[in-house]
Design a protein around this ligand. Structure first.
Ligand code: NAG
Ligand code: NAG
Ligand code: NAG
Ligand code: NAG
Ligand code: NAG
Ligand code: NAG
Ligand code: NAG
Ligand code: CU
Length: 697
């Protein structure tokens, strides 16, 4: 057994040439760097160069660190230099691309190969993906997580700093090697600090070996029709997070825009239709594939991402939720969306008007380009925000969106037409024409809203391709011993983000590669009680172990968002690394007739405050059926006041991160580690070191 592992690793290591002299599909040289890296080989080599750049700035292509750049702004869709005093980059073609981002906000971002977001990697199902990451940041460490990849037999390639690897220090490099599995729409992003929200991410598309027959024929051009959604902030994350935790905001009246000057008006949350809180970081702007429009910038002075189609054809589009904070409700003016996949699994197609995408989730849809005359259409990702007091999306919120252009005319985007469409072309949703919304994070909208979630909740979508019966979890195997409850909330003493009352802190060394032997004192494991009964401080390395006696057996996680101590509630998108779980049940709280949440679910019980794992209220493990159509995902929204039950088979040894994908929540401690099948730990550790030696890491 051990020998088999060593031989496998040895073969991998020996077949992978060294970094030096490697020729890559993609790197940061201009000729290789068009933002789309497609590879159809069995082994695909990519190179990522990570550095800090400034928006609206051009740099010399051969500039060394510290060289000046030149600041530009958009004027009637042309870049105009804002600084006269710098002689560099007079000729834009001599320089790096100028990233206008939201057309307004001058700030730093993380670039991969000088891009925001990073390149779209496209590989075949089952390919070996090799990515050499060079950290050219001045001070910060980084790591890259391959969101949704199962990393079977390679848990140390999962890219979570201090959990699956030592982070890549400034100036350092690291080679990721993993198998592209499963197939579908995935993405990669930094799992160090909040770098992801500053642009350190990109799409990872794994082409299916075959498209299931029941789907209609469609064009699948992932390099052209993948949309990453990101809510964009005025400041880089570091400033932002410092501000959230300070009583005084640092905003001054900068000429770009009027911003609130009174600190206490800065972080007033908005709500979703069920009255649950959204925020607290106020919405600034949104970008799709790195481009968007800050609301105060005119349509003549922006550059939007553009997606080309030809009339008469049907296309596959892929939506990737890369947001830091806000869920988006996505639609395309004058077009229906046929939802066909989520998180890498085809579903029985459903036709909808809107798809809600929270951070970490992916949705694929088909779009029929059926129009003959009109050529420019808006693609909109709107926040779910309404005013908390009225539950109506008032005028103060109506521009809280991220937009892009769908065009039938390759030759040009008509920004004047788009400007007009922005205000007049939006879908009409009312009691006469009710708009269908997929993936609602609550039970439903009220009928008068014109929106309807019925039969389109995530647990109501069904798999198109049934997995073999022997790969399905077995509900009859589920007992108290194989069920874990995780309440995501703000019930710690300091009302910060926790799971079961515990603020997760990173261990001092990487669990996967160094083992947990040295950090026993930092661990908290007993979920039946407060983590430190005698102290207020509940920070710890929160880890639970799925013991080897559950190997190949069904494990159940119950994610909840119970609001027990404060008069507010929150929907959390929860992501588990290393698995695609089956969403067997979603439970909701109770609601008033105005749609607002009345109370949390009564199916679960926890203390007040909830500082430990909840339990089933009646003390009995419910039998929850599963079928071979039950949806599979790796990220799922837990409704405010409700819960989600997910089942999976414990068959992937490793230390897997489980966390809320809202970045400030995750960083404050709404996270924990799953040590799956502990028995393989020592084996994995040795193999890991061996890989390191052989690949020169
Ligand atoms: C590269 O740098 C040199 C000076 O080091 C400069 O003369 C040259 O113009 C630069 N080339 C480009 C393409 O920016
Ligand atoms: C993708 O878009 C580019 C730019 O619009 C276009 O040149 C290319 O032909 C498109 N690819 C396919 C396969 O249609
Ligand atoms: C969208 O779907 C609805 C209901 O199936 C249909 O009535 C409508 O014509 C479709 N609209 C477009 C633009 O295809
Ligand atoms: C919704 O209805 C409940 C019960 O009537 C009321 O207490 C609550 O204030 C209402 N919420 C809003 C936002 O109108
Ligand atoms: C899926 O379940 C149905 C109903 O139980 C069964 O008829 C079918 O054979 C199953 N499919 C597979 C692939 O196991
Ligand atoms: C697995 O073993 C642990 C202790 O080694 C025990 O606490 C747990 O109940 C066992 N689980 C099952 C499902 O038997
Ligand atoms: C839970 O949230 C709802 C909606 O915000 C609120 O009405 C209720 O009072 C909260 N419950 C507690 C115990 O705070
Ligand atoms: Cu959260």
């Amino acid at each position: 057994m051990i020998l088999k592992y060593y031989i496998t690793v040895l073969i991998i290591a020996l077949t992978v040439p060294s970094i030096k002299g490697q020729s890559y599909i993609c790197d940061d040289t201009p000729e290789n760097n068009n933002g789309e890296c497609e590879c159809s080989a069995d082994v695909c080599y990519f190179k990522f160069v990570i550095e800090h750049l400034q928006t609206l700035t051009a740099y010399e292509k051969n500039a060394t660190m510290g060289s000046p750049g030149r600041v530009y702004y958009l004027d009637n869709h042309n870049l105009k230099p804002a600084t006269k005093n710098r002689m560099v980059c007079e000729d834009l073609s001599e320089c790096t691309e100028t990233h206008t981002v939201d057309g307004s906000t001058y700030r730093s971002f993380f670039a991969i190969n000088k891009r925001i977001p990073g390149p779209t990697l496209i590989v075949n199902n089952g390919a070996t993906v090799v990515v050499d990451v060079f950290n050219f940041l001045v001070t910060e460490e980084t790591s890259i997580h391959w969101h949704g990849m199962h990393q079977r037999k390679t848990p140390w390639m999962d890219g979570v700093g201090y959990i699956s690897q030592c982070p890549i220090e400034a100036g350092g490099s690291f080679r990721y090697i993993f198998k592209a599995e499963p197939a579908g729409t995935f993405w990669y992003h930094s799992h160090s600090g909040a770098q992801r929200t500053d642009g350190l991410f990109g799409a990872l598309i794994v082409r299916e070996s075959e498209i299931p027959i029941p789907l209609p024929a469609f064009e699948d051009i992932p390099g052209n029709h993948t949309l990453t959604l990101l809510d964009w902030q005025r400041e880089a994350s570091l400033n932002l997070f410092v501000q959230i935790h300070s009583s005084l905001g640092y905003f001054e009246n900068v000429n770009v825009d009027q911003v609130p000057t009174a600190a206490n008006t800065l972080y007033v949350p908005s709500c979703s239709a069920d009255g649950a809180e959204i925020g607290p970081i106020p919405y600034w702007s949104g970008i799709i594939n790195g481009k968007g429009k800050y609301k105060k910038i005119s349509f003549s002075n922006i550059d939007l991402s553009t997606f080309n189609v030809e009339s008469g054809k049907t296309y596959r589009f892929r939506l990737i939720g890369a947001q830091g904070n806000y869920a988006y409700k996505f639609s395309v003016d004058n077009h229906n969306l046929t939802l066909i996949a989520t998180d890498g699994y085809f579903i029985v197609p459903v036709v909808v008007d809107y798809i809600i995408v929270h951070t970490g989730e992916r949705y694929d849809f088909l779009l029929s380009a059926s129009h003959a005359t009109k050529t420019n259409f808006l693609m909109r990702a709107e926040t779910l925000e309404v005013n908390c007091a009225t539950l109506v999306r008032g005028s103060n919120l109506q521009y809280n969106d991220a937009i892009a252009v769908l065009t039938y005319d390759k030759s040009r985007v008509d920004y004047a037409a788009i400007s007009n469409e922005y205000t007049s072309g939006k879908k009409t949703c009312n009691t006469q024409h009710v708009c269908k919304v997929a993936n609602c994070p609550f039970k439903n909208y009220i009928p008068s809203s014109g929106f309807d979630c019925s039969n389109l909740h995530v647990q109501e979508l069904t798999l198109l391709v049934p997995p073999p019966e022997n790969q399905l979890p077995k509900p009859s195997e589920v007992t108290m011993e194989s069920t874990w409850f995780f309440n995501f909330g703000f019930d710690s003493t300091a009302f910060t983000s926790t799971v079961n009352g515990r603020n997760f802190i990173l261990p001092t060394m990487s669990l996967q590669t160094q083992g947990d032997g040295g950090i026993k004192s930092e661990l908290c494991k007993d979920l039946s009680d407060r983590c430190q009964p005698d102290e207020d401080d509940c920070e710890c390395v929160h880890m639970i172990s799925i013991g080897s006696n559950l190997s190949q057996r069904t494990v159940r996680f119950v994610f909840s968002s119970l609001n027990t101590t404060r008069d507010y509630s929150f929907a959390h998108p929860i992501h588990l690394h290393g698995h695609s779980f089956h969403v067997v049940k979603v439970g909701y709280g109770s609601y008033y007739s105005n749609g607002s949440l009345k109370d949390s679910t009564k199916d679960l019980t926890c203390g007040v405050p909830c500082l430990k794992a909840p339990t089933w209220t009646d003390g009995i493990t419910p039998y929850i059926p599963i079928t071979n159509k039950t949806i599979q995902k790796d990220t799922v929204i837990v409704p405010a006041g409700g819960y989600v039950v997910v089942d999976f088979i414990a068959d992937n040894p490793g230390y897997w991160f489980l966390h809320c994908h809202i970045e400030p929540h995750q960083l404050e401690g709404m996270a924990l580690v799953i040590n799956e099948l502990e028995s393989s730990k020592i084996l994995i550790r040795q193999v890991c070191i061996l890989v390191g030696i052989l690949t020169g890491q």
